[in-house]
Design a protein. Structure first.
Length: 343
Protein backbone atom coordinates (compact mmCIF):
# COMPACT_ATOMS: atom_id res chain seq x y z
CA UNK A 1 0.00 0.00 0.00
CA UNK A 2 1.27 3.48 -0.81
CA UNK A 3 2.30 5.53 2.20
CA UNK A 4 1.43 9.19 2.59
CA UNK A 5 4.87 10.22 1.25
CA UNK A 6 4.21 8.32 -1.99
CA UNK A 7 0.76 9.86 -2.29
CA UNK A 8 2.17 13.32 -1.71
CA UNK A 9 4.82 12.87 -4.35
CA UNK A 10 2.19 11.51 -6.76
CA UNK A 11 0.01 14.56 -6.12
CA UNK A 12 3.00 16.85 -6.57
CA UNK A 13 4.03 15.21 -9.80
CA UNK A 14 0.51 15.65 -11.14
CA UNK A 15 0.52 19.32 -10.14
CA UNK A 16 3.89 19.75 -11.86
CA UNK A 17 2.32 18.78 -15.17
CA UNK A 18 0.33 22.00 -15.09
CA UNK A 19 3.07 24.19 -13.65
CA UNK A 20 3.41 27.23 -15.94
CA UNK A 21 7.08 27.76 -15.19
CA UNK A 22 7.88 24.13 -15.78
CA UNK A 23 5.99 24.26 -19.06
CA UNK A 24 8.00 27.33 -20.00
CA UNK A 25 11.23 25.43 -19.22
CA UNK A 26 9.99 22.45 -21.27
CA UNK A 27 9.45 24.71 -24.27
CA UNK A 28 12.91 26.20 -23.79
CA UNK A 29 14.38 22.71 -23.57
CA UNK A 30 12.61 21.62 -26.72
CA UNK A 31 13.68 24.75 -28.56
CA UNK A 32 17.39 24.22 -27.86
CA UNK A 33 17.51 20.42 -27.90
CA UNK A 34 17.69 20.63 -31.68
CA UNK A 35 20.69 22.98 -31.56
CA UNK A 36 23.58 20.74 -32.53
CA UNK A 37 26.46 23.22 -32.62
CA UNK A 38 29.57 22.69 -30.52
CA UNK A 39 31.74 19.72 -29.69
CA UNK A 40 32.05 17.52 -26.64
CA UNK A 41 35.40 17.98 -24.84
CA UNK A 42 37.86 15.29 -25.85
CA UNK A 43 41.17 16.25 -24.21
CA UNK A 44 40.73 13.08 -22.15
CA UNK A 45 38.89 10.00 -23.45
CA UNK A 46 36.35 9.85 -20.59
CA UNK A 47 34.84 13.23 -21.47
CA UNK A 48 34.53 12.26 -25.13
CA UNK A 49 32.11 9.49 -24.06
CA UNK A 50 29.43 12.06 -23.17
CA UNK A 51 26.27 11.90 -25.27
CA UNK A 52 25.89 15.24 -27.11
CA UNK A 53 22.10 14.93 -26.76
CA UNK A 54 22.15 15.01 -22.96
CA UNK A 55 20.42 18.20 -21.91
CA UNK A 56 19.04 19.13 -18.51
CA UNK A 57 17.75 22.43 -17.16
CA UNK A 58 17.04 22.88 -13.46
CA UNK A 59 15.95 26.02 -11.62
CA UNK A 60 15.89 26.20 -7.81
CA UNK A 61 14.43 29.22 -6.05
CA UNK A 62 15.60 30.73 -2.77
CA UNK A 63 12.34 29.59 -1.17
CA UNK A 64 13.16 25.98 -2.00
CA UNK A 65 11.09 25.30 -5.12
CA UNK A 66 12.80 23.11 -7.71
CA UNK A 67 11.84 22.89 -11.39
CA UNK A 68 13.57 20.52 -13.75
CA UNK A 69 13.37 19.40 -17.34
CA UNK A 70 15.41 16.84 -19.26
CA UNK A 71 18.51 15.03 -18.03
CA UNK A 72 18.75 16.52 -14.55
CA UNK A 73 19.97 13.42 -12.73
CA UNK A 74 22.61 12.38 -15.28
CA UNK A 75 25.97 12.83 -13.54
CA UNK A 76 29.05 14.37 -15.13
CA UNK A 77 32.29 15.82 -13.82
CA UNK A 78 32.05 19.28 -12.33
CA UNK A 79 35.40 20.39 -13.79
CA UNK A 80 35.98 24.16 -13.62
CA UNK A 81 32.67 24.84 -11.88
CA UNK A 82 34.37 23.56 -8.74
CA UNK A 83 36.74 26.53 -8.82
CA UNK A 84 34.15 29.06 -7.62
CA UNK A 85 33.10 26.94 -4.66
CA UNK A 86 36.61 25.94 -3.62
CA UNK A 87 37.45 29.65 -3.69
CA UNK A 88 34.72 30.15 -1.07
CA UNK A 89 36.22 27.41 1.10
CA UNK A 90 39.68 28.98 0.79
CA UNK A 91 38.23 32.32 1.92
CA UNK A 92 36.74 30.61 4.96
CA UNK A 93 39.99 28.76 5.69
CA UNK A 94 42.41 31.66 5.27
CA UNK A 95 40.45 34.90 5.31
CA UNK A 96 40.10 37.44 2.53
CA UNK A 97 43.41 39.30 2.97
CA UNK A 98 45.56 36.20 2.81
CA UNK A 99 43.65 34.72 -0.13
CA UNK A 100 43.89 38.06 -1.96
CA UNK A 101 47.66 38.04 -1.45
CA UNK A 102 47.89 34.72 -3.31
CA UNK A 103 45.19 35.03 -6.00
CA UNK A 104 43.90 38.17 -7.73
CA UNK A 105 40.37 38.95 -8.92
CA UNK A 106 41.16 40.41 -12.33
CA UNK A 107 39.81 38.86 -15.55
CA UNK A 108 42.53 37.70 -17.93
CA UNK A 109 40.79 37.73 -21.30
CA UNK A 110 42.89 34.64 -21.98
CA UNK A 111 42.10 30.95 -22.14
CA UNK A 112 41.51 29.18 -18.81
CA UNK A 113 44.74 27.20 -19.07
CA UNK A 114 47.00 30.12 -20.06
CA UNK A 115 50.42 30.08 -18.47
CA UNK A 116 50.37 33.65 -17.23
CA UNK A 117 50.82 35.38 -13.88
CA UNK A 118 50.48 39.04 -12.90
CA UNK A 119 53.91 40.53 -13.60
CA UNK A 120 53.82 42.92 -10.68
CA UNK A 121 52.72 40.52 -7.95
CA UNK A 122 53.35 37.06 -9.45
CA UNK A 123 49.80 36.18 -8.45
CA UNK A 124 47.57 34.24 -10.78
CA UNK A 125 44.98 36.65 -12.16
CA UNK A 126 41.84 35.11 -10.65
CA UNK A 127 40.56 31.88 -9.07
CA UNK A 128 38.60 30.82 -12.16
CA UNK A 129 41.58 30.20 -14.44
CA UNK A 130 43.63 27.07 -13.83
CA UNK A 131 46.58 28.94 -12.31
CA UNK A 132 44.31 30.67 -9.80
CA UNK A 133 42.36 27.51 -9.10
CA UNK A 134 45.53 25.55 -8.32
CA UNK A 135 46.75 28.37 -6.04
CA UNK A 136 43.30 28.32 -4.40
CA UNK A 137 43.32 24.55 -3.91
CA UNK A 138 46.73 25.02 -2.30
CA UNK A 139 45.05 27.14 0.40
CA UNK A 140 42.57 24.45 1.48
CA UNK A 141 43.33 23.32 5.03
CA UNK A 142 43.78 19.74 6.20
CA UNK A 143 46.51 17.46 7.52
CA UNK A 144 46.95 15.56 4.30
CA UNK A 145 45.41 15.13 0.85
CA UNK A 146 42.70 12.82 2.16
CA UNK A 147 41.49 15.29 4.76
CA UNK A 148 41.64 18.21 2.35
CA UNK A 149 39.59 16.30 -0.21
CA UNK A 150 37.08 15.27 2.45
CA UNK A 151 36.66 18.90 3.47
CA UNK A 152 35.93 19.79 -0.15
CA UNK A 153 33.45 16.95 -0.58
CA UNK A 154 31.70 17.91 2.68
CA UNK A 155 31.44 21.45 1.40
CA UNK A 156 29.82 20.33 -1.86
CA UNK A 157 27.40 18.21 0.15
CA UNK A 158 26.33 21.29 2.10
CA UNK A 159 25.63 23.09 -1.17
CA UNK A 160 23.75 20.26 -2.89
CA UNK A 161 22.20 18.34 0.00
CA UNK A 162 23.67 15.03 -1.12
CA UNK A 163 27.00 13.20 -0.97
CA UNK A 164 29.37 13.24 -3.95
CA UNK A 165 31.74 10.74 -5.50
CA UNK A 166 34.77 11.29 -7.65
CA UNK A 167 35.07 9.78 -11.10
CA UNK A 168 38.27 7.80 -10.67
CA UNK A 169 38.85 7.33 -14.44
CA UNK A 170 38.52 11.10 -15.01
CA UNK A 171 40.83 11.83 -12.08
CA UNK A 172 43.44 9.35 -13.34
CA UNK A 173 43.27 10.84 -16.84
CA UNK A 174 43.45 14.43 -15.57
CA UNK A 175 46.47 13.46 -13.51
CA UNK A 176 48.28 11.56 -16.24
CA UNK A 177 47.69 14.20 -18.91
CA UNK A 178 47.91 17.27 -16.67
CA UNK A 179 51.41 18.44 -17.53
CA UNK A 180 50.27 21.90 -18.48
CA UNK A 181 48.65 22.33 -15.06
CA UNK A 182 51.80 20.92 -13.49
CA UNK A 183 53.86 23.49 -15.40
CA UNK A 184 51.62 26.31 -14.16
CA UNK A 185 51.89 24.99 -10.60
CA UNK A 186 55.69 24.79 -10.68
CA UNK A 187 55.93 28.27 -12.15
CA UNK A 188 53.93 29.50 -9.15
CA UNK A 189 56.18 27.50 -6.82
CA UNK A 190 59.15 29.24 -8.39
CA UNK A 191 57.62 32.57 -7.33
CA UNK A 192 56.70 31.32 -3.87
CA UNK A 193 52.97 31.67 -4.56
CA UNK A 194 52.16 28.08 -3.56
CA UNK A 195 53.47 25.78 -0.84
CA UNK A 196 55.86 22.87 -1.04
CA UNK A 197 53.11 20.22 -0.90
CA UNK A 198 52.46 20.95 -4.55
CA UNK A 199 52.01 17.39 -5.83
CA UNK A 200 49.37 16.85 -3.13
CA UNK A 201 47.68 20.08 -4.18
CA UNK A 202 47.76 19.09 -7.85
CA UNK A 203 46.10 15.79 -6.97
CA UNK A 204 43.53 17.73 -4.99
CA UNK A 205 42.89 20.02 -7.97
CA UNK A 206 42.52 17.05 -10.35
CA UNK A 207 40.17 15.40 -7.84
CA UNK A 208 38.01 18.51 -7.40
CA UNK A 209 37.60 18.65 -11.18
CA UNK A 210 36.49 15.00 -11.17
CA UNK A 211 33.64 15.32 -8.66
CA UNK A 212 30.39 13.95 -10.07
CA UNK A 213 27.37 16.25 -10.07
CA UNK A 214 24.13 16.64 -12.01
CA UNK A 215 22.15 19.66 -13.24
CA UNK A 216 20.01 19.64 -10.13
CA UNK A 217 23.14 19.87 -7.95
CA UNK A 218 24.33 22.85 -9.99
CA UNK A 219 20.97 24.57 -9.50
CA UNK A 220 21.09 23.93 -5.74
CA UNK A 221 24.66 25.23 -5.54
CA UNK A 222 23.67 28.43 -7.33
CA UNK A 223 20.46 28.76 -5.29
CA UNK A 224 22.53 28.42 -2.12
CA UNK A 225 24.73 31.33 -3.19
CA UNK A 226 21.61 33.26 -4.25
CA UNK A 227 20.24 32.61 -0.76
CA UNK A 228 23.24 34.10 1.06
CA UNK A 229 25.12 30.80 1.49
CA UNK A 230 22.29 28.70 2.97
CA UNK A 231 20.87 25.77 1.01
CA UNK A 232 17.18 26.68 0.60
CA UNK A 233 16.02 23.06 0.79
CA UNK A 234 18.09 21.69 3.67
CA UNK A 235 18.71 24.90 5.62
CA UNK A 236 22.42 24.00 5.88
CA UNK A 237 24.91 26.81 5.64
CA UNK A 238 27.42 26.04 2.87
CA UNK A 239 29.37 29.31 2.88
CA UNK A 240 29.96 32.01 5.46
CA UNK A 241 27.74 34.95 4.49
CA UNK A 242 30.77 37.27 4.55
CA UNK A 243 32.21 35.55 1.47
CA UNK A 244 29.15 35.06 -0.70
CA UNK A 245 29.59 38.43 -2.40
CA UNK A 246 33.27 37.67 -3.08
CA UNK A 247 32.48 34.37 -4.76
CA UNK A 248 29.64 35.62 -6.92
CA UNK A 249 31.61 38.73 -7.93
CA UNK A 250 34.44 36.68 -9.42
CA UNK A 251 31.86 34.43 -11.04
CA UNK A 252 30.44 37.47 -12.81
CA UNK A 253 33.77 38.89 -13.94
CA UNK A 254 35.70 35.67 -14.63
CA UNK A 255 33.34 32.68 -14.53
CA UNK A 256 32.75 32.06 -18.23
CA UNK A 257 36.37 31.88 -19.37
CA UNK A 258 37.32 34.47 -21.97
CA UNK A 259 33.63 34.96 -22.76
CA UNK A 260 33.07 36.57 -19.35
CA UNK A 261 32.75 40.14 -20.67
CA UNK A 262 30.21 39.13 -23.32
CA UNK A 263 28.38 37.11 -20.70
CA UNK A 264 28.18 40.05 -18.28
CA UNK A 265 26.86 42.17 -21.15
CA UNK A 266 24.27 39.70 -22.42
CA UNK A 267 23.27 37.65 -19.39
CA UNK A 268 24.61 39.42 -16.31
CA UNK A 269 24.11 36.50 -13.92
CA UNK A 270 27.22 35.44 -12.03
CA UNK A 271 27.97 31.99 -13.43
CA UNK A 272 30.60 29.31 -13.82
CA UNK A 273 31.00 26.76 -16.55
CA UNK A 274 33.03 23.58 -16.88
CA UNK A 275 34.28 21.48 -19.77
CA UNK A 276 32.01 18.63 -18.66
CA UNK A 277 29.14 20.70 -20.10
CA UNK A 278 27.76 22.20 -16.90
CA UNK A 279 26.85 25.79 -16.12
CA UNK A 280 25.74 27.11 -12.75
CA UNK A 281 24.22 30.61 -12.71
CA UNK A 282 23.13 32.75 -9.78
CA UNK A 283 20.37 35.34 -9.65
CA UNK A 284 21.10 36.80 -6.19
CA UNK A 285 18.10 36.81 -3.89
CA UNK A 286 16.02 34.96 -6.45
CA UNK A 287 17.19 31.64 -7.83
CA UNK A 288 19.90 29.34 -9.07
CA UNK A 289 20.12 27.70 -12.49
CA UNK A 290 21.88 24.44 -13.33
CA UNK A 291 22.32 23.34 -16.93
CA UNK A 292 23.97 20.30 -18.36
CA UNK A 293 24.65 19.89 -22.08
CA UNK A 294 28.07 18.56 -23.13
CA UNK A 295 28.70 20.21 -26.55
CA UNK A 296 30.97 23.23 -25.99
CA UNK A 297 31.66 26.34 -28.04
CA UNK A 298 35.15 27.54 -28.94
CA UNK A 299 35.57 29.22 -25.53
CA UNK A 300 34.69 26.02 -23.67
CA UNK A 301 31.15 26.96 -22.59
CA UNK A 302 28.12 24.71 -23.11
CA UNK A 303 26.41 25.93 -26.29
CA UNK A 304 22.87 25.13 -25.14
CA UNK A 305 23.69 26.32 -21.63
CA UNK A 306 24.68 29.78 -22.86
CA UNK A 307 21.51 30.06 -24.95
CA UNK A 308 19.22 29.00 -22.11
CA UNK A 309 20.79 31.46 -19.68
CA UNK A 310 20.57 34.28 -22.23
CA UNK A 311 16.90 33.59 -22.75
CA UNK A 312 16.02 33.19 -19.06
CA UNK A 313 17.86 36.42 -18.29
CA UNK A 314 16.10 38.43 -20.96
CA UNK A 315 12.61 36.95 -20.45
CA UNK A 316 12.56 37.30 -16.67
CA UNK A 317 14.74 40.41 -16.36
CA UNK A 318 17.48 38.57 -14.44
CA UNK A 319 20.27 40.87 -15.58
CA UNK A 320 21.20 42.87 -12.46
CA UNK A 321 21.32 46.11 -14.46
CA UNK A 322 18.04 45.54 -16.24
CA UNK A 323 15.90 48.62 -15.59
CA UNK A 324 12.86 48.04 -17.79
CA UNK A 325 9.89 45.86 -16.95
CA UNK A 326 10.65 42.17 -17.51
CA UNK A 327 8.72 40.45 -20.31
CA UNK A 328 7.60 37.86 -17.79
CA UNK A 329 7.14 38.47 -14.09
CA UNK A 330 9.21 35.83 -12.27
CA UNK A 331 7.16 35.88 -9.07
CA UNK A 332 3.94 35.26 -11.01
CA UNK A 333 5.45 32.46 -13.08
CA UNK A 334 6.96 30.48 -10.27
CA UNK A 335 4.36 31.06 -7.56
CA UNK A 336 3.46 27.71 -6.01
CA UNK A 337 4.14 25.67 -9.11
CA UNK A 338 7.34 23.74 -8.38
CA UNK A 339 8.21 20.15 -9.18
CA UNK A 340 8.39 19.40 -5.48
CA UNK A 341 8.54 15.73 -6.43
CA UNK A 342 11.93 16.36 -7.97
CA UNK A 343 13.59 17.14 -4.66
N1 LIG B 1 40.33 19.69 -15.56
C1 LIG B 1 40.38 20.76 -16.47
C2 LIG B 1 41.74 21.40 -16.50
O1 LIG B 1 42.33 21.58 -15.47
C3 LIG B 1 39.32 21.76 -16.10
C4 LIG B 1 39.04 22.53 -17.25
C5 LIG B 1 37.74 23.26 -17.29
O2 LIG B 1 36.64 22.83 -16.92
N2 LIG B 1 37.88 24.37 -17.93
O3 LIG B 1 42.24 21.72 -17.56
Amino acid sequence: MANTGDLKSLADSISSVTSPFRNYLSDLHEKYQSLTEGAVADYIPELALADPNWFGICVATVDGQVFEVGNCTQTFTIQSISKAFVYGLALEDRGRDYVNSKVGVEPTGEAFNAIVLDEGTNRPYNPMVNAGAIATADLISGQDGTERLKRMLDMFQRYTGRGHDISVPVFMSEKSTGNRNRAIAYLMLNFGMVGEKLEETLDLYFQQCSILVNARDLAMMAATLANGGVNPCTGDRALDERYVQDVISVMLTCGMYDYSGEWAYRVGMPAKSGVGGGITAVSPGKLGIGIFSPPLDAKGNSVRGVKVCEELSSEFGLHPFSVGKAKRDLAEWIAGSADIDSW
